[in-house]
Design a protein around this ligand. Structure first.
Ligand SMILES: [Zn+2]
Length: 155
């Protein structure tokens, strides 16, 4: 698979020997490693691992961190960032009312992202409706003030 090296911007073949995936970054082996995650990514990663820890304690699941780290990395490589993964984890845990292991996140993240998209669309629609309602109320109030000779608001 050909991807863009995120350091130099040229294409790199993921099957080639000069390719590495390091710290969530596709790059040539020779290009300087971006060794540090951005503060944002560190925060997001911590939030995700905290959540994994929390759900495993709550549902008494054993944690295999080397495996989970690998699973997180695979998902990053597929383009799901930490926030996407956290969303999928929460979505699954709420849906299942149990934590069945991170493998389920790996398996169902696409479903979760689909759900998230729907949810965002719904939120947008609701926001539009709310602002329509607000607009209507403001309009009503304006009408009241201007139509009444003695606006009750000012009595
Ligand atoms: Zn490069």
């Amino acid at each position: 698979m050909r991807v863009k090296c995120e350091i130099c911007g040229n294409n790199v073949d993921t099957g080639a020997g000069n390719y590495i995936f390091a710290n969530g970054i596709h790059q040539h082996k020779k290009c300087p490693h971006k060794s540090k995650l951005s503060p944002e990514e560190i925060k997001d990663r911590k939030e995700l691992t905290d959540a994994i820890q929390w759900v495993s304690i709550k549902w008494d699941a054993s944690l295999n961190w080397p495996l989970i780290t690998k699973q997180i990395k695979v998902l990053l490589e597929k383009g799901y960032n930490y926030q996407d993964q956290l969303y999928a984890l929460k979505w699954l845990v709420n849906k299942d009312d149990k934590f069945w292991g991170y493998g389920r996140v790996e398996k169902f993240i696409e479903h979760a992202m689909h759900y998230k998209e729907q949810e965002n669309k719904l939120k947008e629609t609701q926001q539009k409706q709310v602002s329509n309602v607000e607009e209507k109320h403001t309009g009503d109030l304006r009408d009241k003030i201007f139509q009444s000779s003695k606006p009750e608001l000012f009595i």
